[in-house]
Write a protein that binds this ligand. Structure first.
Ligand code: HEM
Length: 403
């Protein structure tokens, strides 16, 4: 059995080894919890689309009762929201969110995203000449500010959410740290709910509060957990995506020129980055609703299953030279946003944020380069979130905007 490295030092190398171990490989998660790791693209699709596989630990995980309350990954099974719901419960909880990022809504959001990106670029430009951390100053800020706006998060709660949410994916956290992070996020979301009840606004948190009137299953607890799910899923993932794509362009002048010159579109940059550097690798957890066979491996009812959504993009059976970042490749298929009924609600928004942020950043700073050798970048301590803790860059002179 492979013990997944909680420090996430070499997530892609680890997945390459798991891929060799057959259709499903038994892995040990922090806290000695066992799960079947599935890395191959067609099997991930099969399981993510199979009603015999559930995301609800309360109904379908045989070990749920024995997992201690301080299990480091508890946040992923304790949350009661669409992400841990099954069947009809999932359909009901997803319904109020599923239309959230339709084309019309996104076009209304575009100018606001552009404004946020331009302001952050101006702020960074004021410090050009010295290395800056692009993750902290830009990649983490863009999605955070978009989500604060969308959910009407007051200034007083933003710093607390920003420091607590990324801790959910720290797979090397001690049980105390993980428990404290979860409690802090519940406390923040509870405050957000209280604010919206007294001061409703034109935002998604208010929409969810108002939706309670017509849906009795949306208890306060589920609403609070839904807010945490949305903010957690929407910020760190997209930060990793923007930073990973910026890093790929920063270290490769040929690819950078293809993008900056317009020979390939910014949507291609987004897709190639999602393929090669998916922001989410393993996403805990799923559970077998009944016994079934997976290409010769028997998965027993109640077993835990861990799908590696970040693995297929680099699967050599799917892509030639899968480890190469190549904007000109014609097939950029990936499962970075998942598959099936739990497919990412925010995928259109994440793609839009990525395209706007990267285009404006590299149009202003076409010679942007890393300020440290690439192998000195330190990955997140996580086998869930894929990215780097910081991204020091030299912006180089800014290109004046065309008038
Ligand atoms: C590049 C950025 C993003 C990546 C890589 C990503 C990845 C994923 C993945 C892999 C899943 C599937 C979970 C599963 O099947 O188990 C998912 C679900 C989800 N994502 Fe995203 N996500 C991103 C951005 C966002 C954004 C911006 C939002 C919100 C605005 C969001 C909200 C959600 C929600 C609510 C779910 C749960 C859907 C369900 O269970 O039905 N995500 N995401």
């Amino acid at each position: 059995m492979v013990e997944l490295d909680p420090t996430g030092r070499n997530v892609h190398g680890e997945v390459a080894r798991l891929r060799e171990n057959g259709p499903a490989a038994l892995v040990l998660l922090p806290g000695e919890v066992r799960a079947w790791s599935v890395t191959r693209p067609e099997l991930i699709k099969r399981l993510a689309g199979d009603p015999r596989v559930s995301r609800d630990p309360r109904r379908h995980w045989s070990a749920m009762a024995t997992v201690p309350p301080d299990w480091p990954l508890n946040a992923f099974v304790q949350l009661k929201s669409l992400i841990t719901a099954y069947g009809e419960d999932h359909r009901r909880l997803r319904k109020p969110l599923s239309g959230t990022f339709g084309r019309r809504r996104l076009e209304l959001l575009r100018p606001r995203i552009e404004e946020i990106v331009d302001r952050l670029i101006d702020d960074m430009d004021a410090d050009a000449g010295t290395p800056i951390c692009l993750r902290e100053r830009f990649a983490a800020q863009v999605p955070a500010e978009v989500m604060w706006d969308l959910f009407g998060v007051p200034d007083s709660l933003r710093a607390r959410f920003s420091s607590g949410l990324p801790r959910f994916t720290n797979t090397a956290a001690t049980p105390d740290e993980a428990g404290a992070a979860f409690n802090e996020m519940v406390s923040c979301a509870t405050e957000l709910l209280a604010v919206k009840r007294v001061f409703p606004g034109q935002d998604l948190a208010t929409d969810l509060v108002e939706g309670q009137a017509s849906d009795q299953s949306m208890t306060d607890e589920v609403l609070i957990h839904t807010l945490i799910t949305m903010l957690g899923a929407g910020i760190d993932t997209t930060s990793n995506h923007i930073a990973n794509a910026a890093r790929a362009l920063a270290v490769d002048p040929v690819q950078r020129r293809l993008a900056v010159s317009g020979e390939v579109g910014w949507d291609d940059v987004v897709e190639e980055s999602l393929r090669r550097d998916g922001p989410v690798m393993h996403l805990p957890l799923r559970f077998a609703v009944e016994d079934f066979d997976l290409e010769g491996v028997t998965i027993k009812q109640g077993d835990a299953i861990l799908l590696a959504f970040g693995a297929p993009g680099r699967d050599p059976s799917w892509h030639v030279d899968a480890h190469e970042f190549d904007l000109t490749r014609s097939e950029k298929d990936h499962l970075a946003f998942g598959y099936g009924v739990h497919y990412c609600v925010g995928a259109p928004l994440a793609r839009l944020e990525g395209a706007i942020a990267l285009e404006r950043l590299f149009t202003c700073f076409p010679d942007l380069e890393l300020a440290v050798p690439p192998d000195e970048l330190i990955p997140h301590t996580s086998f869930i979130g894929c990215g780097f803790q910081s991204l020091p860059v030299n912006l180089r002179p800014r290109v004046p905007a065309e008038r």
